[in-house]
Design a protein around this ligand. Structure first.
Ligand code: SF4
Length: 356
């Protein structure tokens, strides 16, 4: 069961309090380069990204933010480190949220100023604790970046905001290894009900990053922890979003998306299954069909293995067998199989939609 956290809003996107889990990413362009940044944001939105974070390393970036926020089709979060002026400029630019660790800002008056500005605008602040940037005294106390150290650092930052009567908070506790990250989120989740942003930091290149993120984020989501996710990859942010969506789909946490079950193929397979899977996936997405669809290489094991699918297809040398919930519906010539399958999917989808 999902843990019900406090509800906050990032722009129009509801976070926590039972809202659907959002997928986030971060632009990798120079923020001051408006054209490239907005193009990447639009591409991210097309890939299914719900919220985008943009680095604000200097005033030039902060000044371009206004135009980015105006043109962005999804809420923009400003990522600020240390410099309170950049946070204030980002708020003036109209960002939907700030990622900022108040404990890292030395001038306490500036924190008050930021909070005073963010509060009436209903702009939440994400406190993002990373194992690589924990304060020295905490590292000394715990002997390193332990889960408890991450949590204590987050609580210290939170207290600064709570003391200023600010509760529109989201928290992330990222370490580069799965064990520390998972444990930190578990401990925190038992203590506070602020919504949580999940991720494994510096997860790596596409393959290792995908595996690490899927396991780390997956364990937590499975335990009901997490309200937004970001898969960090040393790769295109579009891939981050696609992997994030797949993680949610694999745990049944992403509504409105098709779920394809396809077999890995073996010596019994006699079709170009990869091509067929791609074609059917494109068809499902184009028609916005969110069914569980099975595409299996052979008729021996296919229908049985895919019994949990709404509708499926399995191939033999000469035939294609279409089945619903594991029961055979049609047996047609192989060459016509995919076309007939698409028609049957549409029929099933219309019937299902009408009965809802
Ligand atoms: Fe092999 Fe058939 Fe199973 Fe696919 S469904 S892996 S082809 S046995």
């Amino acid at each position: 069961m999902r843990k019900i956290t406090r509800r906050i809003y990032i722009g129009k996107v509801a976070i926590g309090g039972g809202a659907p889990i959002s997928v986030q990413s971060m632009t990798k362009t120079k923020t001051e380069d408006f054209r490239s940044t907005i193009k990447q944001i639009i591409d991210l939105k097309k890939a299914g990204c719900d919220i985008v974070r943009v680095a604000v390393p200097d005033e030039r970036s902060a000044l371009v933010l206004k135009e980015i926020v105006k043109k962005s089709p999804i809420p923009v979060v400003a990522d600020i480190h240390f410099n309170p002026k950049l946070a204030l400029l980002s708020l003036e630019a109209g960002v939907a949220a700030l990622r900022l660790n108040p404990g890292n800002i030395e001038d306490k008056k500036k924190i008050i100023e930021i909070v005073k500005k963010a509060k009436p605008l209903k702009v939440p602040i994400r406190i993002g604790v990373n194992s690589g940037s924990l304060p020295k005294e905490i590292l000394k106390k715990y002997g390193g970046p332990t889960p408890e150290a991450l949590v204590e650092s987050a609580l210290n930052h939170i207290k600064i905001l709570e003391d200023l009567d600010f509760f529109d908070i989201k928290v992330s506790l990222k370490a580069s290894d799965i064990k520390t990250t998972v444990e930190a989120y578990r401990i925190f989740s038992n203590q506070k009900d602020y919504p949580l942003h999940l991720g494994i930091t510096e997860a790596g290149y596409f393959l290792s990053g995908t595996v690490k993120s899927s396991i780390g984020i997956g364990i937590l989501l499975y335990e009901g922890i997490g309200d937004t996710i970001r898969v960090s990859l040393t790769d295109s942010p579009i891939k981050e979003v696609k992997v994030g969506i797949e993680i949610l789909k694999s745990l049944g946490l992403k509504g409105g998306e098709p779920d394809i079950i396809s077999c890995p193929t073996c010596g019994r397979n006699t079709s170009d299954l990869k091509k067929i899977v791609k074609e059917v996936e494109k068809f499902l997405k184009k028609n916005k069909i969110s069914l569980k669809v099975a595409i299996m290489g052979c008729e021996v094991n296919g229908p049985g293995e895919a019994r949990i699918a709404d509708i499926g297809i399995a191939f033999s040398k000469k035939f294609a067998i279409i089945f619903e919930k594991g029961e055979v519906l049609l047996k047609v010539k192989k060459e016509k199989g995919v076309e007939i399958f698409k028609k049957e999917i549409l029929k099933y989808w219309k019937e299902k939609s009408a009965s809802l």
